[in-house]
Design a protein around this ligand. Structure first.
Ligand code: AMP
Ligand code: GLY
Length: 422
């Protein structure tokens, strides 16, 4: 099978790594890390005609779209309309991520539990509502904002300022509609459901670490690390998530005539009383969760993605024997998340056993590797337990050197606290 992976971040490196075990992989554009396992094609993720040409030229059987922006923009529709198989939802279905206002109204209709919220299209009405809202509260730009569109506000003044900024164009048109949302207490969980629009199969659960600083302090980022599996995601909880969240959502999308095909990423808040509430839906794999979850899967993953895209008989992907847990530590550039600095020279030592180094923001010129983005690497350690995987992830980070590198040493701290080993 020839597979084309669209994108060039850590998530796409992890997808390419896993798919290359069973398929011949091409990447558009990929990154310096994917060169060793795939053929990188110098095509931008926005150049749809060139992507369609590549599908024809390289006899691609399946295209896997990594990031949300091209999905929201209809890349999957174009590929399907041209008669090719694609893993990833249509633009109509990708609205579940591209419009939080849409996702909220869908959840309301389908009876899916989520935070109470209201959507506004002008600043005055939003501020009037905020002035009556209990604290803390959360302000969100409805559209795509690269993971930065949600602001958790301790008080109403901060919330009013956040809403004013969003309506003032801080996130461009993504802030044309703004949600004011109740703050939810609990522990976050990322659940990835493969679905062909009808059948559902869950991948191992994961937990992301959104804040820049250890102990979950400082501003939100795209994600500083993740681990899988998460022990609070018991078989019973996962069954409830499937019954209360995933199935009703997927049925509601189908009933609207916009069936959801691909991976549905449910960002959930699990209350201490076992309550489940949706924080958000995404229309693609999480980054950096994919760098922890995908290495736990066996190589029939490629067949499963093809089955989802083709709507043919497919089952849950199998797990890789002997690999129980994965921890990925993101290594970011100095200044991340607000103003990451590019250009630092990178040196790498050989990777220790049971680790995988995924590139995310690197550039390579005549063999010399440099920093080229905010999140530079995802260092994944594998093991029999989360603790062992964490140690290996940090050993791998120790093989990376560049000026000003930023990372957290405490990824998976909740799980380690639970196990009493931290
Ligand atoms: P989102 O962009 O909706 O995923 O939000 C980004 C992050 O903000 C989430 O992962 C949570 O950590 C936090 N967050 C968003 N909405 C809420 C909420 N209603 N209550 C508590 N935390 C939230
Ligand atoms: N890890 C969060 C995201 O991919 O949106």
């Amino acid at each position: 099978m020839n597979v084309l992976v669209i994108g060039g971040g850590g998530r796409e490196h992890a997808l390419s790594w896993q798919l290359s075990r069973a398929a011949t992989v091409f990447c558009a554009p990929g990154n310096p890390g994917t060169i060793s396992l795939a053929t990188n094609l110098p095509i931008s993720i926005n150049d749809y005609p060139a992507i369609l040409d590549a599908i024809r030229d390289h006899k691609i059987d399946l295209t896997v779209v990594g990031p949300e922006a091209p999905l929201a923009d209809g890349l999957a529709d174009r590929i399907e309309d041209a008669g090719f198989k694609v893993f990833g939802p249509s633009a109509a279905a990708a609205r579940i991520e591209a419009s939080k206002a849409f996702a909220k109204s869908l959840m309301g209709e389908a009876g899916v539990p989520t935070a109470t919220s209201r959507t506004f299209s002008d600043a005055d009405s939003a501020r009037a509502y905020i002035s009556q809202h209990p604290e803390p509260l959360v302000i969100k730009a409805s559209g795509l904002a690269a993971g930065k569109g949600a602001v958790v506000c301790p008080d109403r003044d901060t919330a009013a300022a956040a809403a004013t900024e969003m309506f003032g164009g801080r996130f461009g048109s993504a802030g044309a509609e703004v949600l004011v949302e109740e703050f939810m207490e609990g522990e976050e969980l990322s659940v990835f459901a493969l679905t062909d629009g009808e059948h559902v199969n869950l991948l191992p659960s994961a937990q992301d670490h959104k804040r820049i600083g250890e102990g979950d302090t400082g501003p939100n980022t795209g994600g500083m690390g993740a681990y899988s599996p998460v022990s609070i995601a018991t078989p019973n909880l996962l069954e409830r998530i499937e019954a209360e969240v995933l199935r009703p959502t997927i049925s509601a999308m189908a009933a609207r005539g916009t069936p959801y095909r691909g991976v549905l990423y449910a960002g959930l808040m699990i209350g201490s009383d076992g309550s489940i509430k949706v924080v958000e839906f995404n229309c693609r794999f999480g980054d950096p969760e994919a760098q922890a979850v995908l290495p736990l899967l066996a190589q029939d993953f490629a067949d499963q993605l093809w089955g989802v895209a083709a709507g043919e008989n497919w089952t849950a992907p199998s797990l890789e024997a002997g690999t129980e847990a994965a921890v990925t530590t993101v290594v970011a550039a100095t200044g991340y998340p607000d103003a990451p600095e590019k250009g630092a020279a990178i040196s790498l030592e050989d990777e220790p056993p049971h680790t995988i180094l995924f590139h995310a923001g690197t550039a390579s010129e005549s063999g010399a590797l440099t920093v080229d983005g905010g999140r530079v690497f995802s260092a994944t350690g594998l093991g029999g337990t989360v603790q062992e995987a964490h140690r290996r992830s940090l050993d791998l980070v120790g093989c990376i050197r560049f000026e000003g590198m930023v990372y957290r040493r405490d990824i998976a701290w909740r799980e380690e606290d639970r196990a009493g080993t931290s």
